[in-house]
Design a protein around this ligand. Structure first.
Ligand code: FAD
Length: 457
């Protein structure tokens, strides 16, 4: 049985490794366009600043490591076409230019996502970059070493733009962040966005929200960014304007594309094509809080999906041992300077768009017992369905946000209601939190709003 995997980062390498474990006899080849497989893209912003040193630390496994497991990892090889009817592939070796044909019995598509390059005049100037792959980080680092930029503009206030802004600031640059929407961190409610913006300003990053960059100026190298009637001088521009799923290969082969624009798969990660599975940032899944199709490109879920796709690809979807991937809550977290910012489930806006009537409660709480040295503040907001009291979403910003979000993600996953959380038994000691976790405090306020403050089930 010959398994071919297209794309060798999180989902693809997980699928291949899992397939190897499940079927020690299978012949497994991974084609990976970038020069390295198994890159930790999540670490790239920290690699820019040197917080994470050593390029090799961001490569979890080399082609030699894969060879040791009996997986043929062919880097700098791009699959250009899939002939799903005849189970054949056209491949190009990007080093030699050689083109050849390969065949598969089973195929996993894990082509991921790519950074969006907005059509702004001047995006092709030297000194303008996106950050998706390790090779992008290499280019940025080389540019920084060569030109020692003093001023930087980051376009886009999503989590990647925010992480990049922090890391360029750590390199001593004067950083301006420009976001076209009215606020940064748009996936969150306004309360979190306000806190993030205030924290950025406190740290010395200038924020321009509601400002759309219309032109990047310069001769060969970028020298400025113009938006509205303002323009900023800059020596470096990093664009974090979002990502889009890489689906062209699958789409051309006839795979169904879902309404989010990513590849449609069933719970067993099988595409509409026989013998073809898909996983990671290129696929559409379901948001378990809303029940709606969702595209949430994140590294942890890419790994989870890869495990399911790899297992099912070698066992066969109808096998007893076949696995299922249920969907996501879109749980995510990022750090901006000293602030942790996390989210799970739906924001209030997303819940209302999905047709829920929502009730929410947001509050500031101490992150440890108030008297304990180092006690900070954390904001938490819970969003629930007013009809069923079910928790739909949570957001947190500040000290210890990670723990609060993971508690809430588990609660949403288990379909707990807000009153359930009032008496939930969580760990407490002064160095770790206040006597009542901020989750419990917010759930108590929210249950009161629902008229259910003493009815925890
Ligand atoms: P990708 O990582 O996109 O890999 C797909 C690979 O397939 C690519 O290398 C591509 O070159 C290759 N490929 C595409 N087409 C072909 C083809 N035709 N032939 C051969 N190869 C092909 N996620 C988190 O959960 N937490 C974080 O903190 C976080 N931080 C991030 C920070 C940054 C700066 C970035 C860029 C991403 C971050 N992510 C984070 C997202 C996470 O990195 C991705 O969700 C994850 O890498 C997705 O893995 P994937 O395997 O699906 O796709």
């Amino acid at each position: 049985m010959r398994l071919v995997v297209v794309g060798g980062v999180a989902a693809g390498t997980k699928a291949a490794s899992r397939a190897r474990r499940v079927d020690p006899e299978a012949e497994i080849t991974v084609y990976q366009e970038e020069p390295e497989p198994s890159i930790s893209e999540c670490g790239l912003p920290y690699f820019l600043s040197g917080t994470v040193s050593g390029r090799d630390n961001l490569i979890a496994r080399t082609p030699e490591d894969f060879a040791g497991k009996g997986i043929d990892m062919l880097v700098r090889h791009r699959v250009e076409e899939i002939d799903a009817e005849n189970k054949k592939l056209s491949v190009v070796n990007l080093n030699s230019g050689e083109r050849f044909e390969d065949h598969y019995d089973r195929l996993v598509i894990s082509t991921g996502a790519r950074a969006i390059l907005p059509p702004i005049p001047g995006v092709d100037l030297d000194g303008v970059f996106t950050l998706r792959f390790l090779t992008d980080a290499d280019k940025i680092r080389t540019y920084v070493q060569k030109h020692s930029p003093k001023k930087a503009v980051v376009i886009g206030g999503g989590y990647i733009g925010l992480e990049v802004a922090e890391n360029l600031h750590h390199l001593g640059m004067e950083v301006s962040l420009i976001e076209a929407a009215e606020r940064v961190a748009l996936a969150y409610g306004p309360e979190v966005a306000e806190r993030v913006e205030a924290h950025l300003r406190e740290k010395g990053v200038t924020v321009h929200a509601g400002a759309k960059v219309e032109e990047l100026t310069g001769d060969e190298r970028v020298r400025g960014a113009r938006f509205g009637d303002q323009s900023l001088e800059t020596d470096l521009v990093i664009i974090g304007a979002g990502v889009e799923p890489s689906v062209e290969l699958a789409e051309k082969a006839g795979a169904e594309i879902g309404e989010t624009g990513a590849i449609r798969v069933d719970r067993r990660m099988q595409t509409s094509l026989p013998g073809v599975w898909a996983a990671g940032d290129c696929v559409e899944t379901v948001n378990l809080a809303s029940g709606e199709p969702a595209w949430v490109p994140l590294g942890d879920t890419a790994n989870q999906m890869g495990r399911v796709a790899g297992t099912n690809a070698v066992l066969g979807t109808e096998s007893e041992g076949a696995l299922e991937f249920p969907g996501v809550l879109g749980t995510g977290i990022f750090k901006v300077f000293d602030m942790g910012v996390g989210k799970t489930g739906l924001s209030e806006e997303e819940a209302e768009r999905a047709g829920f009537e929502t009730v929410s409660a947001g509050m500031e709480a101490a992150s440890k017992a108030g008297y304990f040295p180092g006690s900070g503040r954390v904001f938490i907001k819970l969003i629930c369905d007013s009809k069923t009291s079910r928790l739909l979403g949570a957001e947190a910003a500040g000290d210890g946000a990670d723990k609060l979000i993971d508690v809430c993600a588990t609660a949403i996953w288990g379909r707990l209601s807000c009153p359930d959380l009032v008496n939930i038994d969580l760990a407490y000691a002064p160095p770790y939190g206040p006597a009542l976790s901020p989750v419990i405090q917010a759930a108590t306020v929210l249950s009161g709003r629902l008229g259910r403050n003493d009815k925890g089930s």
